[in-house]
Design a protein around this ligand. Structure first.
Ligand SMILES: O=C(O)CCC(=O)C(=O)O
Length: 397
């Protein structure tokens, strides 16, 4: 099976930054769906505006925005308090099990082929509550217990946004039943992953040629929503030409300098389901080494300031000195969803050429023929087993 070649998977940060297509999805239309599918086919990544721009405010009442700045800021604040203030016992009491819970520094290695040491990050995977009973599916740390309502509300809002994106993609793919994709997600809670990349101390042994914040990987499910913070860059995507490019926190001339757009990317399952029409793009998070420890992509010393080489126009004043926080919402079809071909005329004639293509990058990937026999849950388990090693065990049902 040919594997997906990822150049410089452990190379230092890219000097280039990318301007992704930006969409306002507060209304649904086939034209918007088509534009989103085109962006997803070209880049696999796009931005959506989670709230109206100033000029849209008059019409905002007729539009549906599920996310607002105060809601997102509050959830980031909960995340910061958990990672910075909670005692280690509160975290380890909820250590990861069945892909839910706390993941300590270096526990996950997203690109085991390139990095001997695990990723320089800690995270907490919070599954949405069971959609029938409303019960949380895991023990919650005390910090989260106190914020039960806010966390449920955030899950609900993200679920609505994700369903809308899935409907728009179905429209763009000319699937006659526009709920076909969204329906495969019924009763499947999304997973919110809170991430914290701590500032590297001056005496760190972090080696930018060997270590990474989050190793090169593709996402496993259908789509991911990624929330980031002003002044905290680091995300890079692998472009179709094989070079890395940084995704700035704000697009050029964006209407807000405090509330970034949401990054949306396509995961392996949606790429597979569309016979590779939609790209599951490899991405990574590169950390800025402390001053005096910067290296260029070829390993030589550089005097580039600690900004990951990203363009920080429009308020994106990143600094290597800041901790980085992000929140990824992994949207996954139901565990038992069979990976049967999607009823879209745009993807049907791609099937034969696509059979031996490998989807995604990272541990546990397989080719399109190999995926035919899998369910959504089988695929997710294979990927998690490869990146968490012995820490991952599939839940018995
Ligand atoms: O932190 C980020 O910006 C990206 C995280 C990510 O790609 C992941 O956890 O899969």
């Amino acid at each position: 099976m040919p594997s997906v070649f990822v150049p410089n998977g452990n190379a230092a940060a890219s000097e280039e930054s990318i301007d992704l297509p930006l969409f306002d999805i507060s209304q649904e239309s086939p034209e918007l769906g088509k534009a989103i599918v085109d962006a997803a086919a070209k880049w696999g990544f796009l931005w959506i505006a989670p709230s109206p721009s100033t000029s849209d405010i008059e019409t905002a009442n007729e539009r549906t925005y599920d996310l607002d700045e105060a809601t997102v800021n509050n959830v980031f604040d909960i995340s910061r308090r958990f990672f910075k203030d909670a005692p280690i016992q509160e975290k380890t009491a909820c250590a990861i099990k069945h892909n839910r819970g706390y993941v300590g520094m270096h526990v996950e290695t997203l690109d085991p082929t390139k990095h001997k040491r695990g990723d320089f990050k800690q995270c907490f995977n919070l599954s949405g509550p069971d959609l029938s009973s409303g019960e949380w599916l895991q023990p919650l740390p005390t910090t989260f217990q106190h914020e039960d309502a806010a966390l449920r509300d955030f899950h609900d809002r993200c679920r609505r946004v994700a369903s809308r994106i899935l409907r728009l993609i179905a429209m763009g793919l000319a699937i006659p039943d526009v709920d076909w994709i969204a329906r495969t997600h019924d009763n499947a809670p999304n997973t919110s992953r809170f991430l914290h990349y701590p500032t590297l101390p001056p005496d760190t042994d972090y080696d930018p040629e060997a270590d990474i914040g989050a190793g090169a990987h593709s996402d496993y499910g259908s789509i991911t929503l990624l929330f980031t913070r002003p002044g905290q860059p680091g995300l890079e995507i692998l472009k179709p030409d094989g070079d890395w490019a940084g995704v700035p926190v704000f697009p050029p001339k964006y209407h807000s300098s405090t509330f970034p757009p949401v990054v949306v990317n396509i995961g392996d399952l949606l790429s597979y389901w569309t016979n590779g029409l939609l790209r599951s793009t490899v991405h990574r998070v590169v950390l800025a080494p402390p001053a005096g420890k910067e290296h260029s992509a070829n390993g030589s010393a550089t005097n580039r300031s600690a900004t990951n080489g990203h363009n920080h126009s429009n308020g994106d004043t990143g600094s290597g000195a800041a901790d980085r926080y992000s929140i990824a919402i992994f949207v996954q079809p139901h565990e038992d969803a069979k990976l049967v071909p999607m009823p879209s005329p745009l993807v049907a004639d791609r099937a034969e050429a696509f059979r031996k293509e490998v989807i995604g990058h990272g541990g546990g990937v397989t080719d399109a023929d190999g995926m035919k026999t899998l369910t959504s849950g089988d695929y997710l388990s294979a990927r998690l087993k490869a990146t968490y090693g012995a820490v991952f065990e599939r839940e018995k049902r």
